[in-house]
Ligand binder design. Structure first.
Ligand code: ZN
Length: 412
């Protein structure tokens, strides 16, 4: 389990953006004998083989072939994106003798923890090379190049009681001193493409601090992007180890509602399944099970009133099954029964999560894919604290437990 978590944290460290996460997974899948499919071509799938396909290099679907005649696929859903600060197209701001870069929050960023962190920059650039050919490149500067410094408490005596954050004016990372800064030539030089011409970029700030074990007995793991790269990694491991037909679908844009050509609300998963199943699409969907994996809010010891007492997941006490009668989560008694039976049979604990009835409920890709595909679905996740912070925390036992359930649920 220690090794499992070490590899999990390494994967997250190497995946500052969805592009990098998909690149990491594609590379690892190829090492395990998965063949890359191209959506622009016809597919000829062969029995006993394993495949993967990407869209926009930010969503990835991988599967064994063929699906089971009786039980279809166990489809594990997760998302590759996490809330962060995204560079604006014309980011340069010069003031107070410094250069700052303008950003737009992506998704529901918890902004406070972004202050006073050593930030780096990663993502995709599109440019013309020295010969005038249009190219794309993934970049990751890896070293700290920016910071959002806090305003000192002496200049704001109310800071601990009433400071709020303006997303337009208060969160521009500072990257240099001086008056002159040519962003385009700087980023091309960082990319090793000096002499090119920048056409467009999708670049994100991230914390350079690496993931870590924490606690006097290493009870916890802390990292950025545990929501939801933890689930991507868990799904990937289960796919590698599973003895029954399985598919993983790790989708971009969940944190902004999933409606895009690569998101769970788009066509990627459905079109992939239709290509696999042909005329048998409906029967495949009716026989399959979707396990939508996304971290669940663990009970916070300092804020325990935010949970319903009987449905408050604890760290290291098992996978949380998410239930919402208004279908913000897609779990039914049938899918939960199957999941719990599997978990109990292999000795993995589960818990249930229901939000307080007087509070709003988040959602995830489970209900979206259930609606699109008509596939029976369960929403589950590893209990996590500080979700959408720049540094999140989970128990060090729960991800491994979830992997074991996903590997085995095809037998139940
Ligand atoms: Zn999530």
């Amino acid at each position: 389990m220690r090794k499992f978590n070490e590899e999990l944290l390494k994967f997250i460290d190497a995946s500052p953006t969805p592009f990098h996460a998909v690149g990491q997974m594609a590379h690892a899948l190829e090492e395990k004998g998965f063949q890359k499919l191209d959506e622009c071509e016809m597919w000829k799938l062969e029995d006993g083989k394993k495949y993967y396909v990407t869209r926009n290099d930010s969503s990835i679907i991988a599967f064994t072939y063929p699906p089971s005649v009786e039980k279809g696929y166990t489809i594990v859903g997760a998302h590759t994106d996490s809330p962060h600060l995204r560079l604006k197209p014309n980011p340069v701001k010069k003031s107070a003798g410094t250069i700052r870069l303008g950003v737009e929050p992506y998704g529901g960023v918890l902004l406070n923890p972004w202050f006073d962190r050593d930030l780096s920059l990663a993502g995709r650039i599109v440019y013309l090379d020295a010969e005038g050919v249009r190219r794309e490149k993934l970049i990751d500067l890896k070293r700290p190049i920016g910071i959002l410094s806090s305003l000192a408490i002496h200049l704001d005596r109310e800071a601990n009681t009433s400071r709020s954050i303006n997303a337009q004016s208060d969160i521009l990372p500072m990257i240099a001193c001086g008056e002159e800064f040519d962003f385009e030539s700087w980023i091309l030089e960082e990319a090793g493409e000096s002499g090119g011409k920048l056409l467009a970029h999708e670049l994100s700030f991230y914390d350079v601090q690496k993931g870590s074990f924490l606690g006097i007995h290493e009870e916890f793991i802390t990292s950025a992007r545990l929501d939801n790269l933890l689930s991507c990694y868990v799904g990937f491991q289960a796919l590698i180890e599973s003895k029954t037909p399985m598919m993983i679908a790790c989708m971009d844009h969940e944190e902004v509602g999933s409606d895009s050509h690569v998101g769970a609300g788009g066509t990627f998963l459905e079109e992939t399944l239709r290509r696999i199943a042909g005329d048998d699409f409906t029967t495949l969907m009716r026989r399959s099970l979707m396990v939508s994996c996304d971290n669940a809010h663990a009970l916070h010891p300092n804020f325990s009133s935010k949970h319903d007492e009987e449905h408050a997941p604890l760290l290291n006490r098992g996978v949380a099954i998410k239930i919402n009668s208004n279908q913000r989560y897609a779990t039914s008694s049938r899918t939960m029964g199957r999941f719990v039976q599997c978990a109990q049979s292999i000795g993995v604990a589960t818990q249930t999560f229901v939000t307080r009835s007087d509070m709003g409920c988040g959602s995830t890709i489970g209900p979206i894919t259930a609606t699109r595909l008509g596939v029976e679905t369960i929403d589950v996740g590893v209990p996590t604290l500080a979700m959408h912070s720049i540094r999140e925390l989970s128990g060090s036992e729960d991800a491994y437990g979830l992997t074991r359930i996903l590997m085995n649920i095809g037998h139940y």
